[in-house]
Each structure stands twice: as structure tokens, then as C-alpha cells.
Design a protein around this ligand. Structure first.
Ligand code: CA2
Length: 150
């Protein structure tokens, strides 16, 4: 695998994007977002490993895999954002540049969504920009990766 690969991981229910709750999550499907992300990643000089899982352990495995194989990680942990100590531990153990990403602004939503369990283990957070947030996250990751290597 090329050394410039970044992992973009999506958590539970994000496979449903575009099908319900468009007022919160927009009309783009995850396949739309993947295509847009792949295009922007290529422009930034990254190869992109774009994945989605509903399973907490699989996401933990992928965070560990990213740390071994990639130059950076973007993760939308979905509902696990608010509950998962396992993901927090995996992210904390991973030394590569990391960004947490949310489609919605979790801080303006229900109280239980306003706390991110995972956020303390990442370098930065992007939330509230909808699907374009994926592009913003890739651009922010580019800056993080460059600042680590220059
Ligand atoms: O805003 C985000 O990106 C979230 O990570 C999305 C998660 C939610 O649990 C977080 O609090 C914030 C949920 C994604 C579920 O997406 C759906 C999309 C369409 C229909 C149903 C769920």
C-alpha cells in the first residue's frame, strides 16, 4: 500500500445516509460522499481507504490498521461517538494524525449528542458542515500530515 494512504472510517447507520432524516444529514448518500472524497483525496495526493461498519470492534480493528498502514485518519464514529471507550482507547493508542468528523453540529442537538467520548483522542474536530465536511476534513488532514513531516 502506498505510504500516502489515509483512512476515512464511518460508523453505525451512516450506510443509511440519503434515505432518511435529510433535514439533519442531507441528501447525499454514503456512495456520493465516497466518490467526492476519493476525488478530493487524489487532488491532495492521498490514496483513500473509505470504509463503513456498524460494528464497534470492526472500527477498532480499522483504527489499529490505519495506525500501522496510513499517514492519517478521519473518523465519523456515528453513535459510538457518545458511548465508545473502546474506540477512545484505540484512537488514543494510534499515533498518526487523526480528525473526528460529523455531518451535523452535535453541539446544537440533543444533550446526549453534545458529549463526544472520542474527541479527546483526536487532533481536531469538524462538525456541522454536512457532506462538504468530508472535503474539509481531508484538507485539514493534509495540513496535519504536512506539519508532522516538515
Ligand atoms: O452528525 C454525524 O455525523 C453523526 O456522527 C451521525 C450519527 C449520530 O449518531 C451522531 O450523533 C452524529 C448517526 C448517523 C445516522 O445516520 C442516519 C442517516 C439516515 C437515516 C438514519 C440515520
Amino acid at each position: 500500500m502506498a505510504t500516502d494512504t489515509v483512512y476515512l472510517l464511518n460508523g453505525p447507520n451512516l450506510n443509511l445516509l440519503g434515505q432518511r432524516e435529510p433535514e439533519i444529514y442531507g441528501h447525499a448518500t454514503l456512495a456520493d460522499i465516497e466518490a467526492q472524497s476519493k476525488k478530493r483525496a487524489k487532488e491532495l495526493g492521498f490514496g483513500l481507504e473509505f470504509r463503513q461498519s456498524n460494528a464497534e470492534g470492526t472500527l477498532v480493528d480499522w483504527v489499529q490498521e490505519a495506525d500501522a498502514k496510513a499517514v492519517g485518519l478521519i473518523i465519523n464514529p456515528g453513535g459510538y461517538t457518545h458511548t465508545s471507550i473502546a474506540l477512545l482507547d484505540a484512537l488514543a493508542a494510534a499515533s498518526l494524525p487523526k480528525i473526528e468528523l460529523h455531518l451535523s453540529n452535535i453541539h446544537t442537538r440533543e444533550e446526549f449528542r453534545q458529549k463526544s467520548v472520542t474527541a479527546s483522542a483526536v487532533d481536531g474536530i469538524i462538525a456541522g458542515f454536512g457532506a462538504p465536511g468530508y472535503r474539509l476534513a481531508l484538507e485539514a488532514l493534509k495540513s496535519l500530515v504536512e506539519s508532522r513531516t516538515t
